[in-house]
Design a protein around this ligand. Structure first.
Ligand SMILES: [Zn+2]
Length: 333
């Protein structure tokens, strides 16, 4: 299985997990269940519930190793689950396999990734024969913005389908972690970049949830697009990989997928489909400039097919960082 087919299978599996199409659990101890599944998708997991879910999974599967990528501003460990067969403790154990990183909750009100990646982890960990693990080491960080996740509120994501209450977009410092990749002001960003430096993942999946303008695409995705990155990767992801993901996703679920965007003027101008810039302070352009592959996003696990995304880019990161501070932080990672 080559990397394209492998990644397409993984991406479709991740997306399908959000739609309740994961395999039936094997005979044995009761597998962990997400809060979304337990509540008909009206509630989402707290930090402690995520840790309990993955703790149970690690008890039930030899493929799962639990670790942390670092610590949040408020001192919470950022959980990391490394799923591999045979299992992996350190980067040296990876051998010839490809490392994939999937993370959820960078914007902690956008909870779909946290829930869906937990369901995906369960499937990869407990399936009797999981062909994806022949080639991949799957690293999952389900609750990256853990501090933001714990600030539950009913109004944190107006118009978003999903739970009744959810976390906030920013971290505990009030920073948007998806605008922090150049200045590295948040401890969460520094932890993630340190993980990338250490484990060198070839593919990174960064999950978001959209709200706002209504359109036909249940899932949207975006890859690297800054021309300063590797041109072959850029065109391959845009022209081959992501369209293949979209086609396979539609074939498996019946839902449509397309490149991330939204109608202009806060969803009111249906003559224009717009998207975000290629600045590397955003995660996807940043990772593309590191010659890492794509980005994928999805709505809250729900049976509804309507989704949208205006208002996604209104937050701007606060910056109190000088170039010298940035250089110092990079050296110290
Ligand atoms: Zn987001």
């Amino acid at each position: 299985m080559n990397i394209v087919r492998t990644f397409v299978a993984l991406a479709v599996l991740a997306a399908s997990s959000a739609f309740g199409q994961d395999a039936p659990p094997p005979v044995g101890p009761t597998p962990p269940v997400t809060t979304a599944e337990l509540t008909d998708f009206t509630r989402t997991m707290t930090y402690d519930q995520v840790r309990a879910f993955f703790g149970t999974l690690a008890e039930q599967s030899d493929r799962v190793r639990l670790d942390t990528i670092g610590t949040t501003n408020e001192g919470r460990d950022i959980p990391l689950a490394i799923i591999a067969d045979p299992p992996v403790e350190e980067p040296e154990d990876v051998k010839s396999r490809t490392v994939v990183l999937l993370f959820g909750d960078i914007h902690a009100g956008e909870v779909c990734g946290k829930e869906a990646l937990s369901m995906l982890a369960r499937q990869l960990a407990l399936a009797e024969d999981e062909p994806l693990l022949k080639n991949l080491v799957v690293c999952i960080v389900p609750i990256y913005n853990a501090d933001g996740n714990e600030r539950f509120g009913a109004d944190n994501r107006p118009g978003q389908h999903g739970p009744n209450e959810m976390g906030q977009r920013e971290n505990a410092q009030g920073l948007d972690l998806n605008r922090d990749y150049i200045k590295l002001e948040a401890p969460e960003t520094r932890a993630l970049v340190r993980f990338m430096n250490t484990w060198d993942p070839a593919v990174i999946v960064d999950t978001h949830t959209t709200n706002g303008s209504h359109h036909r695409y249940t899932i949207t995705y975006q890859g690297p697009k800054n021309p300063a990155g590797d041109g072959e990767i850029l065109s391959f992801v845009r022209d081959t990989m992501l369209p293949a993901v979209g086609q396979a996703f539609e074939k498996n679920t019946g839902y449509k997928a397309f490149f991330y965007g939204y109608f202009a003027n806060r969803g009111t101008d249906h003559a224009k489909w717009v998207t975000y810039p290629d600045w590397p302070r955003y995660g996807t352009p940043y990772r593309g400039m590191r010659t890492v592959w794509p980005f994928f996003r999805k709505p809250m696990p729900t049976r509804r097919s309507r989704t949208g995304c205006s208002g996604h880019l209104v937050s701007a990161a606060k910056c109190s960082t000088t170039p010298m501070n940035i250089a110092t932080r990079l050296r110290n990672l």
